[in-house]
Design a protein around this ligand. Structure first.
Ligand code: CP
Length: 321
């Protein structure tokens, strides 16, 4: 059986699906970032548009909550001229016991060309990709704790805009690493771009536990993790994916030991940027004044999310017949 990295490519080495950043060719990854950059406009200007997906239909199938990813795929599709179907999973027939494949076959029969899928279970986007007809592409919009490739791309784009040379960068990801698909996809991309150093800082109950992070340096102490960092990425505690909350610190203890506060941030480089994928819990993983402060690039990440999703959709549309 093909790996996800193989499954997502067509015979020409271009993306047919986007399932993971793990194993994605560096030239392809960089070209997606370049294409996304081309969709960015100055703040207040009318957003970029094209008709690259005119006549195509995108189905957003979010079987987990989302604000940013779902809204940005919706906007990205519309700005490329596609019809966009936002399936309301709470009123869909999956609530009556319909299988995911029957839902997919139903949408195929309505000529949905691109299925954007978020699901709490591991492997669902790849499972769908293995079962769709040749004309359908599947985009992973967040898969359990395993993968969130478009989030990874938007994070890489945001870092690249502020810090030119990945090889000299120290990136610190702080928080619930173990349950974070955002951290995994960031790590996949940063490894491909040969980041200088990736530091992972978390409480023991949320420490990295997979080989996705094998190249990173695990740091116990927040001060050590932040010292001279160029990029600081705070993560939300993914309570929905933590089976046993034993050992998970309370809010005050968590903020005291792992919260990104103005005081703690002084340890990072003076030009360090602060990132957060959202949704944020202010006062737990990040101080509100840091989230809104001059080093925060959190809203830029959101803006870049639309551009990245346009670039991915446009790339996939090129190989549609
Ligand atoms: N970062 C992210 O995936 O946010 P949403 O859950 O709002 O889509």
């Amino acid at each position: 059986m093909k790996s996800e990295a193989e499954l997502q490519l067509n015979g020409d080495g271009a993306l047919r699906h986007l399932l993971t950043l793990k194993g994605l060719d560096k030239a392809l990854l960089v070209s997606l970032l370049d294409e996304a950059e081309g969709y960015l406009k100055p703040e207040g200007a009318k957003p970029a548009r094209s008709d690259a997906l005119k006549g195509r239909t995108i189905g957003n199938l979010f079987f987990e909550p989302s604000t940013r990813t779902r809204a940005s795929f919706d906007l990205a599709g519309k700005r490329l001229g596609a019809d966009v179907l936002n399936l309301d999973v709470n009123t869909s027939s999956r609530k009556k016991g319909e299988s995911i494949l029957d839902t997919i076959y139903t949408l195929e029969a309505m000529a949905v060309d691109v299925m954007v899928v978020r699901d709490a279970s591991d492997g669902v986007p790849a499972f769908i990709a293995r079962n769709v007809k040749d004309f359908v592409s599947v985009l992973n919009a967040g898969e359990s704790d395993a993968s969130h490739p478009t989030q990874g791309l938007l994070d890489l784009l945001t870092i690249r805009q502020h810090k030119a040379d990945f090889g000299n960068l120290v990136v610190a990801i702080v928080g619930d690493i173990q349950h974070s698909r955002v951290a995994r996809s960031a790590a996949h991309g940063l490894e491909t771009l040969s980041v200088g150093e990736l530091r992972l800082v978390s409480p023991p109950a949320m420490a990295p536990d997979s080989d996705d992070f094998a190249f990173a340096r695990v740091v116990d102490n927040l001060d050590d993790g932040l010292r001279d960092a160029d990029v600081v990425m705070a993560l939300r505690i993914q309570r929905e994916r933590i089976g046993n909350l034993d050992g998970v610190p309370g809010i005050d203890e968590y903020f005291a030991n792992y919260g990104i506060s103005e005081e703690r941030l002084e340890l990072a480089r003076s030009d360090a940027i602060v990132m957060h994928p959202g949704p944020m819990n202010r006062g737990i993983e990040i101080e509100g004044t840091v989230a809104d402060g001059p080093r925060s690039v959190i809203t830029e990440q959101v803006t870049n999310g639309v551009a990245v999703r346009m670039a991915v959709l446009e790339h996939i549309a090129r190989s549609m017949s």
